[in-house]
Design a protein around this ligand. Sequence first.
Ligand SMILES: CC(C)(COP(=O)(O)OP(=O)(O)OC[C@H]1O[C@@H](n2cnc3c(N)ncnc32)[C@H](O)[C@@H]1OP(=O)(O)O)[C@@H](O)C(=O)NCCC(=O)NCCS
Length: 183
Amino acid sequence: MPDQDRMTLRRAATADLSPGELAELRHLLDHAYPDGFDDHDWQHALGGTHVLGRLGGDLVAHAAVRPRTLWLDGTPRHTGYVEAVAVVAPLRGQGLGTALMAEVADVIAADYELGGLCASAKAIPLYRRLGWREWPGPSHVRTDHGPVPTPEEDGAVFVLLPTGLDAVPGTGLGCDWRTGDVW
Ligand SMILES: CC(C)(COP(=O)(O)OP(=O)(O)OC[C@H]1O[C@@H](n2cnc3c(N)ncnc32)[C@H](O)[C@@H]1OP(=O)(O)O)[C@@H](O)C(=O)NCCC(=O)NCCS
């Protein structure tokens, strides 16, 4: 049986993960990201719903969906923001990431107005294939001093629109400030 059919997926709130599971998750993420996974990235992954993929008892895949406000054309939208998407390196290219992100889409459709994420170059084909759309306008971060454009992230910010909202070319998309990567 292919690995993506044998992998079991479980949803869990951060508060329901044991210290052992959190350590296992951090280990997975520390080894999955070629450019590093720092403590800010870790904090961004906590506080929402985790989708955990296990194969033979081992944690092999993970994504987090965190509640966050994104400002779509100036209107606040209850967003499931996706963080810490990872599949262990030896098992990539077999559909595990696809199965993981299908479950993430179900979480977003059930609980949020839209999904959002900032894609690594390698993951963009996967997200596109699953219906995520590159945001077609400028992105910005909201600060105490007003909106600050984030042109370095234009082209990497993707949205999933399960509730009929549209991605109108030229329309702005904003996020609230946070430490670490704002998107
Ligand atoms: C991005 C990531 C999660 C993808 O996971 P994955 O398990 O390799 O994803 P999949 O196997 O479902 O899809 C990857 C490719 O394998 C191909 N594939 C999937 N199932 C396959 C199969 N059974 N046989 C052959 N090829 C297959 C797909 O066509 C897909 O190609 P595409 O992405 O160009 O469309 C993984 O590469 C990863 O952890 N990367 C490091 C961390 C990272 O960058 N995370 C994303 C942050 S935004």
